[in-house]
Design a protein around this ligand. Sequence first.
Ligand code: PLP
Length: 427
Amino acid sequence: MSRSETLFASAQNRIPGGVNSPVRAFRSVGGTPLFFKHAEGAYVTDEDDKRYVDYVGSWGPMILGHGHPEVLDAVRNQLQHGLSYGAPTAMETEMAELVCSLVPSMQMMRMVSSGTEATMSAIRLARGYTGRDSIIKFEGCYHGHSDSLLVKAGSGALTQGVPSSAGVPAAFAKHTLTLPFNDLAAVEQMLAERGSDVACIIVEPVAGNMNCVPPAPGYLEGLRQECDKHGVVLIFDEVMTGFRVALGGAQAHYGVTPDLTTFGKIIGGGMPVGCFGGKRAIMERIAPLGPVYQAGTLSGNPLAMAAGLTTLKLINRPGFHEELTAYTSRMLQGLKERAEAAGIPFVTTQVGGMFGLYFSEAGNIVTFDDVMASDVERFKRFFHLMLEGGVYLAPSAFEAGFTSIAHGDKELQITFDAAERAFAQLK
Ligand code: PLP
């Protein structure tokens, strides 16, 4: 038995499914989850001392690679001054100034401790600001696990949502309207019928929780126009895309400006952090300035601010995102060539340092249905073959992959060698 197997067996006694977040359990790919004990640069090391090139990056935050020395130093330095004060710090304002300068749509912002809190708070704010109850989200987009957001489409595009988790009251779900992603006509139709009751549209500008699906040309622009037409707050959930697809996030990459934005992952540099912000007139509705309540014991935690701020400063240099994008493109191109040589239908998607892999005959991946039509069984086998070859991909066919600036030629070669063997065996 491997140490991961032993550890997983005992974890399951005390932790539901043996994990503290479901996708870690490998249910989507089968087998035993790897237990990690170390991470450095582009690599993670499991409890059995096997090293893997890491394309998960803790689900996105580790854009600098693991354990960047300057980030670790910043955290060590803060450690000497205490772990948490529950009072304002100079670092929080420095963080706010930096984020607002990198992302101009952010005129004011507030730190929270997770992406879930960020989206939940942004939605409450949009409701408080507009005085409307309904929200629109898109099928296949994930915005954390708050009640209003664990809702899937009912039958027929214009029906109200139904809970996608036990424990979510139908009365909450009925305010969440779920529409297909990348389908502007569905949004136009919904807003034409119910626009005056819709507080906000929340969207992942690049959908990263159904694998990786970029927005269709004109889609984000269309959402902006529809929101303006109906007085609806447009929220870009950039928890995943923020500081990753471009320094200024997806809004900079696509040139579309939301009213509110949520961040997580990279903004915390690997610590538990989220953030929401946007137009001053909306943000001023938050307590203590306004009537929309929102708070957090550990919000703006100094250790987390030290890690996040240092990460943002390090990625804020000319050429960083070009380099990250170039590695990602070379990696995907190499995978495609090897799949093609093996005669395996294979599609990739990419925006900056974020990517998707599909075993699919479809020329292009645009909709949730395109994603669902991909060959998940083949992905499962590929995932395990890549693990054998020393490459750690997201353990699900429905998660985006992430690269870091620590990935280079050596990691590319390991990835290609593993993929060549994997594709040969998949034939
Ligand atoms: N929004 C998006 C787009 C996400 O990808 C995630 C998590 O993966 C969240 C929100 C929730 O963030 P967290 O897991 O930090 O609560």
